[in-house]
Design a protein around this ligand. Sequence first.
Ligand code: SAH
Length: 393
Amino acid sequence: MINVCYRFFKYDSGLVESLRRVYGSDLEKFFEAIRKPGKRLYVRVNTILANRDYVVESMAKKNIFALKDPILDEAIYFNVEGPFDVPMGKSLVIVDKRTAESVILGANVYVPGVLKILGKATVNDYVTVVSPMMEPVGWGVLKINPSSIGKLKKGLAVEIKASRYKTTKIRELEEYKMGLLYEQSLPAMITSVILEPEPGETIVDMCAAPGGKTTHIYQLTRGRAKLYAFDHSKSKINKLKEEIRRLKMRNITVQKADSRYLHVDYPFLKGKVDKIVLDPPCSAIGVRPKLYDEKKYSDIINFAGYQFQFFKPAYELLKKNGILVYSTCTVTLEENENLLGKIVEKYRFDVEKISFRKIGSPGVKEEFKNYVLRFHPHVHDTPGYFIAKLEKF
Ligand code: SAH
């Protein structure tokens, strides 16, 4: 049975109950926060190529103002302004959900993201860009002929002139093209910091693409760890390789693999790995901005079952006293604290106390409360995020 929760979130009653176990009477506040982008857009400086002060100053000379994060030395952020009203054009361009969620921050629309054009607009007319739920997210100039939709494969479709929120377009910066910047949320950066990777160690990223954590670990070890990055998707592996090239990093072993079977397919790694980061697919309920969403409690259970399968290879690969950092961009107990409960029951893993406490909240369940780290969108103005540290014994 589908229950319409907070108009934009079609979650069944099982999922709503599950989220209430986490947020109680704050659930509405949580939903309100994930509909919007955070007030800061976080970017990691590639400290292998340049230092943070240099990057911030050289951008400031071009009137691009980044701020230095007080918590992490490699993090900078750009302010996100808004919400602004989006002008209504006579014609509407309906884009897919993902495109709408980036247009809302000022990104342009490219051909693959367009679903339909309504009205009589033609090239160079102003149009309003709307989500599949017809919510206006941006306004700009149409760059393609509506009759060519379906024939064109790529290219600019709408050049956005006004959007609901505004921030720096990272991907268009010269510094980005030079490989000095990587867009990444603060909790995602904190995950690799908690791993405390060291030069000389053997480190595995089990679900690596597009490479946020892999490339951060590379930085933290100054490129001097034996770093393996696995992912099972061919297209995402290509994206990961492209990012590694853009950031000018070398000697990362990138392999297409189903990481649930690494202990079978990579027997030479068994008992040889010092540290592992495991950031598996999850229900992504913490990801923002999220214009709308539709999910069932059974989806959550399926994700948790899938996540569980990565712990056997992780256990087999690690040396004794090896460290596993587990992270998700979701908030359910089933994929986070409860999953840890099942892991420590089945494998010889201890949940370790995370000492990094400069930002974030304790866990939700008594059992691991002061061990794990949680981020709440309506409290920390970050994505909803979970980090745990385990040690093999
Ligand atoms: N850690 C990444 C984000 C990972 S998203 C970063 O920080 O940038 C989860 C990834 O898990 C996806 O890229 C997906 O392709 C991959 N994945 C899903 N199932 C997998 C499996 N069985 N084995 C390896 N990778 C898998």
